[in-house]
Structures are given as structure tokens and as C-alpha cells.
Design a protein around this ligand. Structure first.
Ligand code: FEO
Ligand code: CA
Ligand code: CA
Ligand code: CA
Length: 604
């Protein structure tokens, strides 16, 4: 067997041992502490969390559920004060509510209006001010006037950009088509150069309902205008009971409401009075994230994945260039061109503009305006013959004109659908593509692409994994999801295997992956989650001395607890009660803060 060398490369830490158990672990020499959990009070006067006595009112003052993206805004020059901007993607009712008596996710009988409203209050986002003490420990500043919750229950948002006000965006409650309550399924995101937070709306289709079902029990869309659009987006998904108690989530009563979700939302975390804006110029799809970077040419560029099987990779390029006084009200996110990627077999990358009137995006093909192109981004990208990918998750741009695309897996790709950029049928473990834009300019219309790694166990030939040979048994992974590029340009990757961690025997984790030089493609395990959780939102402070990671949905995916909702919902037998480990507390999604013991930069 080859000797495994662990020296060399830019990730200098003793690798963590892979595996899976009830708690989280970090590489030797580091601490990983709980910073904030679902239910923790975050606003002055917020009630203490009581899992047996929840209410929407209380939840709106407490940290939300299933933390995903984490962004950091440094508030002063010491670096000891900052804002965390955290997405709360979705809820697991079977874990949240004791004695729900729910047998599976399709059983909505137990979901009352009060429980639905708690779920809605637990979605959205949190802004929390945190401060670092002299000993380096971070804590939530409960008294900060900047702490706030954003939710689909009661946060009013503006709709901006080319689709704002279009008839398809109007509802009885909002005849202007420019105001919407709340945001849904915010997965990953990004921070703009001017310090605002982009919350990406991902699986919004799952929240919509219909009472009109066909013989097979599937939604009957025959009476719906734009049925092709609804089908293309999987609306109504009927994942949640919200549409049973709130008319706006019921397609039969509010047919245009789904058009008002699936966008990227901009929030100014330093101004709690500022109304968030949904920027329609960035397209409508299951946005995994929205990670901005300033191109060499000065344009603002936002890379985005549409996380579903055979969906596309997108890039928005502003028409204007950034200036010192670019602000949330500047038009850099509302006036620009959305592009979709075509990965050519010869390694060329073409970015195809989604512009009304150009190419097939004309009335002959059902597009009557730029608003139509954006509301039906997926249909427009189909018409342009973009490359259908293996579930594009995060896309991490780097200042050198490169970007890294996480392609998490795709169980449905058939052998005759394999192509150069998606090289494995039934891809169980996913792969990562590196983009190098022409001239190192993120605003370029062309670039080159290559595969950085093919994920999975390199020791099993049939998997077809490709890593740098120095990658250890601990270092390989499957299902890349979120990524972060630290201030020194190093690539960190978090995984989300869903229930399929049985295939790897590894908990989801955070890995450092080399991108350059002789060590390119070598991966090392740095942090791992408790059973049933995914790792999301890796976020470094600018000095790289603190790392925030989201531990999302602990105790759920693929755990024994999921085999008996009823038992879990009484908290008798969860596979983990992380992080409280208390008999009367379910597992709680939490943000973890990682530091080097004794201080210093992480990973070096
Ligand atoms: Fe919400 Fe694509 O993960
Ligand atoms: Ca997630
Ligand atoms: Ca994700
Ligand atoms: Ca995922």
C-alpha cells in the first residue's frame, strides 16, 4: 500500500479521524463550542425556550430552526464585535413538537394553525450580535438593538428588479406585485461587498398546497394558468400543511403567490428598519446560494446553483460597476444580466445570457417580457440548452477569477445521460468542478472548466473516485454541499449526505481541499457533525481565527429515530440529543464556533 503522507499543502492541521457518533468533533488542537441553538432567546425580553410550551410569539424572539448559511459582518476594528447572519432553512416538525403523534411527513392531520405558525416563525433568518471576550470566547450579545428575526410569518419585503409589479407577481393582498410577506427555505447565501446579506430561497415549491387532486392523488393543474411553469418547478409540492391554514400558500386561492418565492433576498443587517428586497434580476429557481464577488472589471458577479437533479449553474453580472458608495439601494443587484452555464465537452465554458428577445427567448416560445424570462428562469435556461448538472449546490468564487462548483450527487442520471461535466451515471457521491474565467475576470462570457475531484471512496474501484493520492481514509468524502473560501484563498467544503451516510460510514463534515500545485485534490477532515446532521454555512472571520459552522437537523437523516416518529416526538429514543443531551430536550440545530487552542489562524 502507498504510504500516506500528511505533510505538504496549505492545510496544516492534524487530521480528524472520520466516523459517526452522537456528537461533534474537531481536529486536535482546536475547540468547537456551541454558540447558539434553536430556541435560544436573541432579543431583549425574549422568553426562555420551553419545548413543551412553544408559541409563534416566543419563536419570533428566539433563534430559528435548522440554521444553514452563516455570514459574518465585522462591526469594529478590534474584530471583537460582529453580526452573525444565519438562515433558517426549514423545520422538522417531528423533532420540534413533543407528542405530535405524526407518523410520516405526509400526515398533516396533527398540524394545527398554532403549530403551523410556530413552524413559520422558526423559518427565515436571524441577525445576532456576538462579542469576543479577552480569552477568545464568543457569546451572543442579548442586548444588541441589531438582533432581529426574519420570517415568512410577518416580515414584509419589497420585490425589486425586472419582474416587480408584473401581473404574474400580483395577488389580491398585493395588487401592486411589489410587496410580499416573508422568505422561505433559505439555504445558503452570501455577503455583498457593502455588508448586506443575501438569503437564497431554495425549495420554495414544497410550501404550496392544492386541494385539487387527480385520480392518482397528484395535484391537478388543469385549471391553472401557466401549468407548464408550475410543473417545471414542482409546484405545489405539498411538503407542509401551511396551505391548509393560510390561503396564500393554497394555489387554488392564491395562484400567483408561488411566483413571489424562489428569489434571492437582500437584507441590511445593520439597519433593522430597512425592508428586505427580493431581487428578481437574479432569477427564480431553487437557489442553493448566492455568493457575490467583485470582478476585475468592477462588475458585481453572483454565482448560483439551482439544487435539483439536472438543473443548472447560473451567474449574474451587474451592468454597473462597484464604487466606494455602493449601498443596498444601489442598482447593482437589480440591473444586470443573468447567465446560465453550458459546459462544453472540450473544457470550454459558455455563459449564455437570459435576455428577453435574444435567441429563443421570444413570444413564439412563451416569453413576453424579461419578467417572464426571470419568473420562468428554468424554462428559459432549457430553451438556451444549458448543461443539466448533478444537483448544483454552492458555487464559491475566488478573487483570482476562479470558482468552485459543488455538485452533490444525482441518483437519476442514466448511462446515456453521462457527459464530460457530469461523468458518472447514478452519481452517489458527487464531484467538484473548477471554473477558470477568461482573463481571470468573473464577468467574462467564457471560461474553461475542469474537474477538481470526483468524490467517494478511492479504495473502491467501482466508485470511480479521483482524489490526490495523499488523501487519507479520513479525508475523502461524498456529497459536497456548502463551501467557503477563506481570506487566504483556501477552499473548505461541507458535506450533506442526507440519509446516505450509511454508504460512507462517515458523519457529514468539513474538509480542507487543496486547489493548487502538486497537492491539488488532496482533502483533509477538520470537523464532523453528530449523527443525522449535515454541516452547513462554514464561515471564517476575516482574520481566519474563528470559524462558524452550522450543524443542521441533528438526529434526523438516516437515524434510527426516524423509524418511529411517534417515539421520537416524545423524545424517548433519538439517536442523539445533541447538543443538550437532556432527557426532556430534543436534538437542536445549533451554530458551533471553532477556535485554535491558544489562538492563531485556523488550519495553519
Ligand atoms: Fe438546502 Fe441544497 O441544500
Ligand atoms: Ca440544508
Ligand atoms: Ca445546502
Ligand atoms: Ca444538500
Amino acid at each position: 500500500a502507498a504510504t500516506v503522507r500528511t505533510s505538504g499543502g496549505r492545510f496544516v492541521f492534524d487530521e480528524l479521524t472520520s466516523g459517526i457518533d452522537h456528537t461533534h468533533h474537531v481536529a486536535p488542537g482546536y475547540t468547537a463550542d456551541i454558540l447558539v441553538r434553536w430556541g435560544d432567546p436573541i432579543t431583549p425580553g425574549a422568553p426562555a425556550f420551553d419545548v413543551f410550551n412553544q408559541s409563534a410569539t416566543a419563536q419570533l424572539q428566539q433563534f430559528g430552526y435548522n440554521n444553514d448559511y452563516v455570514g459574518f459582518v465585522q462591526l469594529d476594528e478590534t474584530g471583537n464585535r460582529g453580526l452573525l447572519c444565519v438562515n433558517h432553512e426549514y423545520t422538522n416538525e417531528e423533532m420540534m413538537f413533543p407528542n405530535l403523534g405524526r407518523q410520516d411527513r405526509a400526515d398533516f392531520a396533527a398540524m394545527t394553525r398554532a403549530l403551523v405558525d410556530i413552524e413559520m416563525a422558526a423559518h427565515g433568518g436571524s441577525v445576532v450580535e456576538i462579542t469576543k471576550s479577552d480569552d477568545g470566547a464568543w457569546a451572543v450579545n442579548l442586548g444588541s438593538p441589531l438582533n432581529r428575526r426574519i420570517s415568512p410569518l410577518n416580515t414584509e419585503m419589497a420585490i425589486g428588479g425586472p419582474a416587480a409589479g408584473h401581473p404574474r407577481m400580483r395577488t389580491d393582498a398585493d395588487p401592486s406585485g411589489t410587496r410580499v410577506i416573508g422568505t422561505l427555505n433559505n439555504c445558503a447565501g452570501g455577503m455583498t461587498p457593502w455588508g448586506t446579506w443575501l438569503m437564497a430561497e431554495e425549495n420554495f415549491h414544497g410550501y404550496f398546497w392544492t386541494d385539487e387532486l387527480d385520480w392518482d392523488g397528484d395535484p391537478d393543474l388543469s385549471e391553472q394558468p401557466h401549468a407548464d411553469s408550475l410543473k417545471r418547478y414542482g409546484i405545489p409540492g405539498r411538503w407542509y400543511a401551511w396551505g391548509k391554514v393560510h390561503d396564500r400558500f393554497n394555489l387554488d386561492r392564491t395562484p400567483h403567490e408561488p411566483n413571489r418565492f424562489g428569489w434571492v433576498v437582500e437584507v441590511d443587517p445593520q439597519d433593522p428598519q430597512a425592508m428586505p428586497v427580493k431581487h428578481t434580476a437574479l432569477g427564480r429557481f431553487s437557489h442553493e446560494g448566492a455568493d457575490p464577488i467583485v470582478a476585475k472589471s468592477g462588475h458585481l458577479v453572483v454565482y448560483m446553483g439551482d439544487d435539483a437533479r439536472f438543473e443548472y449553474v447560473y451567474k449574474y453580472v451587474s451592468n454597473g460597476v462597484i464604487t466606494d458608495d455602493s449601498t443596498p439601494s444601489s442598482d447593482l443587484l437589480s440591473d444586470g444580466v443573468l447567465h446560465v452555464a453550458r459546459f462544453e465537452a472540450n473544457g470550454d465554458l459558455n455563459w449564455l445570457p437570459l435576455v428577453f428577445g435574444e435567441g429563443p427567448l421570444t413570444p413564439d416560445n412563451g416569453f413576453d417580457s424579461q419578467a417572464d424570462v426571470l419568473i420562468d428562469t428554468r424554462l428559459a435556461a432549457d430553451a438556451l440548452r444549458a448543461t443539466p448538472m448533478d444537483r448544483p449546490e454552492d458555487v464559491g468564487p475566488r478573487s483570482d477569477g476562479r470558482a468552485f462548483v459543488m455538485l452533490t450527487n444525482n441518483s437519476r442520471r442514466k448511462p446515456d445521460q453521462v457527459d464530460a461535466a457530469n461523468p458518472r451515471a447514478k452519481s452517489k457521491f458527487g464531484h467538484i468542478i473548477e471554473i477558470a474565467e477568461s482573463g481571470g475576470d468573473h464577468a467574462a462570457r467564457q471560461g474553461r472548466w475542469s474537474i477538481l475531484v470526483k468524490c467517494g471512496d478511492p479504495g473502491v474501484a467501482s466508485v470511480g473516485a479521483e482524489w490526490h493520492p495523499d488523501t487519507s481514509e479520513n479525508g475523502w468524502f461524498g456529497s459536497p454541499d456548502n463551501c467557503a473560501i477563506d481570506a487566504e484563498g483556501r477552499l473548505w467544503i461541507a458535506t450533506d449526505q442526507g440519509s446516505k451516510w450509511h454508504r460512507t460510514g462517515k458523519a457529514d463534515g468539513l474538509y480542507g481541499v487543496e486547489t493548487d500545485g502538486a497537492m491539488r485534490g488532496r482533502s483533509k477532515l477538520f470537523f464532523r457533525a453528530p449523527v443525522g446532521a449535515e454541516v452547513a454555512g462554514p464561515c471564517f472571520t476575516p482574520d481566519i481565527e474563528t470559524l462558524f459552522v452550522s450543524v443542521q437537523h441533528p438526529g434526523t437523516d438516516g437515524t434510527t429515530s426516524l423509524k418511529g416518529f411517534e417515539r421520537v416526538s416524545t423524545f424517548d429514543d433519538p439517536a442523539t440529543r445533541w447538543p443538550d443531551f437532556a432527557p426532556d430536550m430534543p436534538p437542536r440545530p445549533s451554530v458551533v464556533v471553532v477556535r485554535k487552542i491558544g489562538g492563531g489562524k485556523i488550519g495553519e
